[in-house]
Design a protein around this ligand. Structure first.
Ligand code: FES
Length: 159
């Protein structure tokens, strides 16, 4: 288990009533569990999703949790299954629930790692797959780039 409690400046309002707890977070990936522990209000924050979200904790402990949109609730690559400790997480907001609807193998215990904020001991599992795309208002693109680019190039090349 890894322990982290470095002091860093964070907005005080975020930590009201939450400081001093020492949540243990267990990440299970491919059957292998890694447990880390941190002190609420003391985790260095580098803008990995919401402060003390799974993504924030994972990035601080070098646990590879994909985050194609940088933690802005615009993809589902940080999708996780909550195995234990759901009561120790923030309630999901509508934007998280809307985004989760597009996740691969959505389950009743699904959360986005960048949006679920941790207040106590939790155990999470990585899904077997995630959808690795970012949706920023436009259409979703998978695979090759937009075919309209090719059409535009062809039209420009003609006299
Ligand atoms: S990192 Fe994109 S939604 Fe969480």
């Amino acid at each position: 288990m890894i322990l982290l409690g470095a002091t860093t400046e964070r907005p005080a309002a975020i930590w009201e009533g939450r400081t001093g707890k020492m949540p243990k977070v267990t990440f299970i990936k491919d059957g292998k569990a890694t447990t880390v522990e941190f002190e609420n209000g003391k985790l260095p924050y580098e803008h990995h999703g919401l402060p003390e979200s799974f993504l924030d904790v994972a990035m601080n402990f070098n646990i590879p949790l994909e985050h194609a949109c940088g933690g802005s609730c615009a993809c589902t690559t940080c999708h996780l299954y909550i195995r234990e400790g759901e009561q120790h997480l923030s309630e999901p907001e509508d934007k998280e629930l809307d985004r989760l609807d597009t996740a691969w193998d959505l389950r009743t215990n699904s959360r986005l790692g960048c949006q679920a904020v941790i207040n106590g001991d939790v155990v999470v599992e990585f899904p077997m797959y995630t959808r690795n795309y970012v949706q920023e208002g436009g259409a979703i693109q998978l695979g090759k780039s937009d075919s309209r680019d090719e059409e535009k190039k062809t039209a420009e090349a003609q006299p």
